[in-house]
Design a protein around this ligand. Structure first.
Ligand code: SAH
Ligand code: F3S
Length: 482
C-alpha cells in the first residue's frame, strides 16, 4: 500500500503501483479540482501502457506533466511558478527531461504556452489524453506537440484509472465531463467543453472493482453531477432527438445513485458538485432511501442576491434556493450542506453583499469555500462587465463571509457534542501520530485515539470536543457496517 497522502493536496506529486517492465519515469502533479486529480489517474493509466512508471523525484523524471487549473488567476500563477521550478531542475540536473502541460490552462492558452514558456514541449487539453502516445512520439523526435481538441463524446469510460497517492479507502469516480451551464464568471465550459455523461455500466464496474480492492468510499464526480443523463451516449442537449427506446431506458442522476448504492450496499457514496438549478427532489429522496449515500450536499450558491445571481446566469432565485434547502432539511433532517461563494462579482453592492450574509444566516452551512471574484478572459462577465469592485473591498467582504462561516461551522460541529457518529478511518491525524483521522457521513472530519483500530474501518466515535472544523472524540466500537 502507498504512503497515505492527502488526496486533495494541491500539487502533490503522484505515484502509483508501478509495472516491472516499464523503464521510463513520469513525474505527474495536479492542481485545482477533484476532476483534475481524477484525470491524472487516467493519464497515468494511459502512460503505464507506454512504458512509464511514476517517480516522486523531478530530478530523475524523463517526463514531467502538470495538470493545470484556470478557475482563478491565482491558480494559473501557481502553475507558472511550477514551470520555473521545472526550468531550474532541467538546467541544473536533468537536461533530458520533457515537460507537458495538461488540463484547463492547456485548453485555454493552447499554442501560447509553447510560445510563452520555452520549457514546455507538450500541450494537451482535457479531452485529448488518449492521443498522448502519438504526441509523445512527436516529442521524442524533438518536435513540440499539441492537441487541444474538445470532444462531444469522450468520457474515458473505457480506461481503468491507476489510483495515485491512494489511501486505499476513498476514490473518485468521474461520471460526467464538461459543463453546459455557462455561469458568466466561469471558464470551465470553455476549457472542458460540452457536457456528456459516462455509460452507467462502466461506472458500476469501476465501483465494483474499487470495492473488491478494499475501497470503502467513492465520490461521483462531475462539474454538474445532477445533470447526469445517459441515453446511449452523446450530448445532453441532443436527448430531445433520442428514440423512444433510448428515452425509456435512459438513466438520470437519481437512477445512477440508486444503481451505485444497490451495487455495493456497504460502500459509502458521495457526489460533487451539485448546481442548485439541477438538483431534483428525486435525488434528495434517493439519498434518504439508501443508508450508504452520505448525507452531505455540496450546493454552491455563489451569491445571496437575486440581482447578482441573474448577472451570474445562475438559473434560480434566492427564494428558490431557500425552498430547496427547506426540502433537503425536511427529507433528510441530518443532512450537511456546504457552499461556494464569490464576493466582488462586477456591480456587487454592499446591499448585495448583505443578501449573501443573510442567506448564509438562513442556511448556516456546515462549511464552505469562499473566493474573491477573478475575471477570466473569454467568459461572458470577462467580456461584458467591468471588474469594478476594488481589491480592498473584495478582501474585506471575503473576510466578513469567512468569519461568518466560521461561526456557523462551529454551531454545526457543536451539534455533535456528546453524540455518537460513524467515522470511516482514512489516515493518521496530521497533528498526532497517536490519532486516526476520518470523516463522518456528513463529511465532517473527526479525530480520535488509534487504539487497535485500522485504516479502512468504520468506527463508532463518541464526540467529546470540537473545533469549528473538526470533531474530537474517542472510539467506542467497530460499526456493524464493517
Ligand atoms: N461545478 C464546479 C464549479 C467549478 S469552480 C465544481 O464541480 O466544483 C469551483 C468554484 O470556484 C465555483 O463554485 C465558484 O465559487 C468558484 N469560481 C469559479 N469561477 C470563479 C471566478 N472567476 N472567480 C472566483 N471564483 C470562481
Ligand atoms: Fe462553472 Fe457554473 Fe458549470 S460554476 S463548472 S459553469 S455550473
Amino acid at each position: 500500500m502507498e504512503k497515505i497522502i492527502d488526496e486533495n493536496k494541491q500539487g502533490e506529486t503522484l505515484t502509483l503501483e508501478n509495472k516491472k517492465d516499464n523503464n521510463r519515469k513520469l513525474f505527474i502533479e495536479s492542481y485545482g479540482c477533484a476532476m483534475n486529480f481524477s484525470d491524472s489517474e487516467i493519464v497515468a493509466s494511459i502512460l503505464a501502457n507506454e512504458g512509464y512508471n511514476t517517480t516522486k523525484n523531478l530530478e530523475d523524471a524523463d517526463l514531467v506533466l502538470v495538470n493545470t487549473c484556470s478557475i482563478r488567476d491565482k491558480a494559473e500563477q501557481t502553475v507558472r511558478k511550477r514551470l520555473e521550478k521545472y526550468n531550474a531542475v532541467k538546467r541544473d540536473s536533468n537536461p533530458k527531461m520533457k515537460v507537458g502541460v495538461l488540463g484547463c490552462m492547456a485548453e485555454r492558452l493552447k499554442t501560447k504556452f509553447l510560445e510563452e514558456e520555452k520549457i514546455v514541449d507538450l500541450v494537451v487539453g482535457p479531452d485529448a489524453y488518449k492521443d498522448l502516445p502519438n504526441l509523445l512520439a512527436e516529442v521524442d523526435e524533438g518536435r513540440d506537440a499539441i492537441n487541444v481538441m474538445l470532444s462531444k463524446d469522450e468520457t474515458y469510460g473505457d480506461i481503468a484509472p491507476v489510483r495515485l497517492n491512494t489511501n486505499g479507502v476513498t476514490a473518485f469516480v468521474s461520471i460526467t465531463r464538461g459543463c453546459d451551464n455557462m455561469c458568466t464568471f466561469c471558464v470551465v465550459p470553455f476549457t472542458r467543453g460540452r457536457e456528456r455523461s459516462r455509460d452507467p455500466q462502466s461506472i458500476i464496474e469501476e465501483v465494483n472493482d474499487l470495492w473488491n480492492r478494499g475501497f470503502k468510499e467513492i465520490t461521483l464526480l462531475g462539474q454538474n453531477v445532477d445533470s447526469y443523463l445517459w441515453y446511449g451516449g452523446g450530448l445532453k442537449k441532443d436527448f430531445v432527438k433520442a428514440s423512444n427506446i433510448q428515452k425509456a431506458t435512459s438513466v438520470n442522476f437519481s437512477n445512477l445513485l440508486a444503481m451505485c448504492a444497490k451495487a455495493q450496499p456497504k460502500m459509502r457514496i458521495r457526489f460533487s458538485t451539485s448546481n442548485p438549478q439541477d438538483l431534483t427532489l428525486d435525488v434528495i429522496e434517493t439519498m434518504a432511501k439508501f443508508n450508504n449515500i452520505c448525507n452531505h450536499i455540496h450546493l454552491p450558491v455563489q451569491s445571496g442576491s437575486n440581482r447578482i445571481l441573474k448577472e451570474m446566469n445562475r438559473l434560480h432565485t434566492r427564494e428558490e434556493y431557500m425552498a430547496l434547502i427547506d426540502n433537503i432539511r425536511r427529507i433528510i433532517p441530518n443532512c450537511a450542506i456546504s457552499q461556494d461563494m464569490i464576493v466582488g462579482f462586477p456591480t456587487e453592492t454592499e446591499a448585495d453583499h448583505h443578501d449573501t450574509m443573510s442567506l448564509m444566516e438562513y442556511v448556516k452551512y456546515n462549511f464552505g469555500y469562499m473566493f474573491t471574484y477573478s475575471e477570466r478572459p473569454g467568459t461572458m462577465a470577462g467580456r461584458n462587465m467591468n471588474d469594478d469592485v476594488s481589491e480592498e473591498v473584495k478582501k474585506r467582504r471575503l473576510q466578513e463571509i469567512v468569519d461568518l462561516q466560521r461561526i456557523h461551522s462551529e454551531i454545526r460541529t457543536k451539534e455533535y457534542l456528546d453524540t455518537i457518529v460513524e467515522v470511516l478511518i482514512e489516515k493518521e491525524s496530521k497533528k498526532s501520530d497517536a490519532q486516526w483521522s476520518g470523516r463522518t457521513a456528513q463529511n465532517i472530519v473527526a479525530v480520535f485515539p488509534k487504539e487497535d483500530y485500522n485504516i479502512g474501518e468504520f468506527v463508532q466515535v463518541r464526540v467529546t470536543n470540537c473545533t469549528s472544523a473538526t470533531l474530537i472524540g474517542e472510539a467506542i466500537s467497530l460499526s456493524e457496517n464493517n
